[in-house]
Design a protein around this ligand. Structure first.
Ligand SMILES: Nc1nc2c(ncn2[C@@H]2O[C@H](COP(=O)(O)OP(=O)(O)OP(=O)(O)O)[C@@H](O)[C@H]2O)c(=O)[nH]1
Ligand SMILES: [Mg+2]
Length: 668
């Protein structure tokens, strides 16, 4: 088959369809491999405690697995795309009926910690199950707060039915199931289907199809993907707009620590302003995390003409609702990608071919037809993966290199110090050194605590100011509206401005917080280095400890959650009729909005930022504990590595070099 290779993709049956991203990834991987082999070589030539640290470093390198999530409209093709990207066509159920109900993570080239498990399904525990099914789910609670009693009752009934069905299905075993993790040593479609898709139970003769889906919270599948460079955690999520918003929060939380988010849209209903839930979700993420994939262009009659129109309309919607952000757009078709992976154009009918060729006429593939590489490239999947990998390289991969370089640097510092160490310290000297180090560590920890307390207080104050401004504006607008048009007219007040300000407030804050914590970590490392140098009689520059990495502050995805103010006109009908006069209306409305916005604000403060603060403290504690132990071990003279190092100013790039200026020892 004649194939042009100017744009790599599938070129023949046995070529790597993911070569484009493999090429992009190669320089990073080489760098990582290089650090890894240096660590492995060092580990062979050193004592047990250093070997432990080096092996931990190697494990860190080996388990690097950037996380990529698929989110989007119901039926946009998220699951179909997950199957294609993971090279496991058909593993995840994606056909007309089954609807994904569970956050599913495909650990591509990843291993479960126990080494054997290939599929693990986590069921809701009692508390989560109750929270999900009480009062008609999240949406039911919103309806109640908005005063839409009919709606609330309807939702309550539906969720009640769902709960009763699940309980009836499992009978007396129901309670015992909650909170369990089911593990399997294999991973097959039938198994996955029983846990992740909410199909119509009547369609399955064995009655097994959706057995656990309603009580499953998450699925973890371990899949080999020989074509993919390295590991990746690919996450398929339930469609936004799910009926009860039951899982909205679960999806949002799972996105907070995602490195890259692929937002999947369907070409024939691309982003209309009606997709508010999706817009809210996107607005919570950072530009650098997002790629928009407009799927199903195979269903367009003339993609060459329609795609530019769709692009313009999406950009217009983004500009209107979200301050004109620059998000990368890729057009394509999971179906074409499937066909390409399964052997090519033969499976297409005339109409399908016509759409493909039409798209090829503008997508620059006009000259070559009838090769699977042709369809694969036109599917947009190689381009999408390249966009994803560029984002991985830009952030998580860069952090990974920085992190392991710092780790390796600290291990080298230990070796260097051991070589410079005085023969043997007395117990008193060691005790005194330990006390000095511990006092320095305690002082830095106290400093961190003070800084974090002040930071969280500032965040709280700023978010509350945003909240109160919004309440005031919304209430004033309501009263103006009532005066102008009379109170029986319906009313709504947009929330995208609110989200925009909440997000920018949070982002500004998290930037400042990161810098401040970085400074404390840096000073901690410097102080400990200083004490150590002092003890060993080394000059500045001869021995340096690298600070630990500040954890990334997760994207404020709580901003994406639906609140009563977002809900449309019918919800508010009742509310109007109940209010006697303008004052009562203004007061009640302000209370309602305040309470709704408070759910977002408190999630940002108490869940999102609190989690990071805990992590920030733990990282500093681990770091000081480990460094103090290292320094004292060296002082006791228990490390005797027979390794030669470069002078201190060399980057920790090449470790095993000719001679060490300081000690003059030679390599083992
Ligand atoms: N023609 C066409 N159909 C597609 C494409 N991608 C997905 N589909 C079909 O669209 C339907 C929905 O696809 P899914 O992958 O289940 O969509 P989803 O976004 O995961 O849906 P939910 O999980 O229910 O939100 C299935 O019948 C797919 O076969 C595509 O690119 N072209
Ligand atoms: Mg799905």
């Amino acid at each position: 088959m004649d194939e042009r290779i100017d744009n790599p993709g599938v070129s023949s049956g046995d070529a790597n369809p993911f070569s484009l991203c493999a090429d992009l990834y190669a320089p990073f991987q080489e760098k990582l491999d290089d650090i890894r082999s240096q660590a492995a070589e060092l580990a062979q030539n050193t004592d047990a405690s250093l070997a432990d640290r080096l092996n931990a470093l190697i494990r860190r390198i080996d388990s690097f697995s950037p996380s990529v999530a698929l989110v989007g409209q119901v039926k946009a093709g998220k699951t179909a795309l997950a199957n294609v990207l993971s090279g496991t066509p058909g593993l995840l159920p994606s056909d007309v009926n089954p609807l994904t109900s569970v956050v599913t993570t495909l650990h591509l080239n990843g291993r479960h910690p126990d080494g054997r498990t290939r599929a693990a399904f986590t069921l809701f525990d009692r508390k989560e199950w109750d929270a999900l099914t009480r009062d008609g789910g999240h949406l039911g609670k919103l309806a109640m707060r908005a005063g839409a009693e009919d709606e609330a009752a309807r939702l309550r009934a539906q969720v009640d039915q769902m709960r009763r069905q699940a309980q009836a299905r499992f009978g007396s075993g129901f309670e015992a199931l909650l909170g369990k993790i089911h593990k399997y040593s294999y991973c097959e479609r039938d198994l996955v289907e029983r846990y992740v898709s909410m199909g119509d139970p009547a369609t399955d003769s064995k009655g097994r199809r959706s057995r656990f889906a309603d009580i499953t919270r998450s699925a973890d599948l371990y899949v080999d993907h020989p074509h993919l460079p390295g590991r990746m955690s690919l996450r398929d999520t339930p469609g936004v707009n799910d009926t009860f918003l039951v899982r909205e929060q679960i999806t949002l939380r799972s996105l907070a620590r995602t490195d890259v988010c692929i937002v999947v849209l369907s070409a024939h209903e691309a982003l209309s302003t009606a997709d508010m839930a999706l817009m809210r979700m996107i607005s919570a993420l950072e530009d650098r995390q997002v790629v928009l994939f407009v799927n199903r262009i195979d269903e367009l009659e003339r993609p060459s003409e329609q795609v530019p129109e769709i692009r313009a309309s999406i950009l217009a919607t983004l500009a209107k609702t979200d301050g004109g952000r620059s998000v990368e757009l890729v057009f394509g078709s999971a179906r074409w990608a499937e066909i390409a992976l399964n052997g090519g154009l033969g499976q297409m009918n005339e109409a399908e071919r016509a759409a493909l060729y039409d798209w090829a006429s503008v997508a620059g593939q006009g000259a070559v037809r009838d090769a699977s590489g042709f369809t694969w490239r036109l599917s947009g999947v190689p381009e999408l993966m390249a966009a994803v990998y560029r984002r991985i390289l830009d952030r998580p991969a860069r952090r990974m290199i920085e992190g392991v370089n710092a780790d390796l640097g600290n291990i080298l510092a230990e070796i260097r110090a051991a070589q410079a160490a005085r023969e043997q310290a007395t117990e008193e000297e060691i005790a005194e050194l330990g006390a000095r180090l511990q006092a320095a560590a305690d002082a830095q920890r106290a400093r961190l605590d003070t800084a974090l307390d002040r930071l969280i207080a500032t965040l709280r104050q700023r978010l509350h100011r945003v909240q109160e401004n919004y309440v005031e504006r919304a209430t004033r607008a309501l009263i103006d509206h009532v005066r102008r048009t009379g109170r029986h007219d319906t009313w709504s007040f947009g929330t995208s401005g609110l989200r925009f300000v909440l997000k920018s407030t949070y982002m500004r804050f998290s930037h400042a917080a990161t810098i401040e914590v970085e400074e404390i970590y840096r000073e901690t490392a410097e102080t400990l280095s200083g004490i150590w140098r002092d003890y060993l009689g080394l000059a500045e520059g001869e021995l340096t400890i690298e600070p630990p990495q500040v954890p990334e502050i997760p994207a404020p995805t709580a901003i994406g959650q639906t609140i009563a103010v977002d809900l449309g006109v019918p919800w508010w009908k009742r509310w109007w009729l109940h209010r006697k006069d303008e004052d009562a209306m203004a007061r009640d409305y302000a209370d309602l909005i305040r309470a709704e916005v408070a759910t977002i604000v408190s999630d940002l403060e108490t869940v999102q930022f609190n989690e990071v603060m805990i992590e920030m403290r733990a990282i500093l504690d681990d770091f000081t504990r480990q460094q103090i132990a290292t320094i004292l071990r060296v002082a006791r003279g228990k490390t005797e590595p027979q390794i030669t190092l470069q002078p201190m100013d060399a980057p920790p790039g090449s470790v095993l070099a000719a001679s060490d200026a300081k000690s003059g020892r030679s390599a083992a």
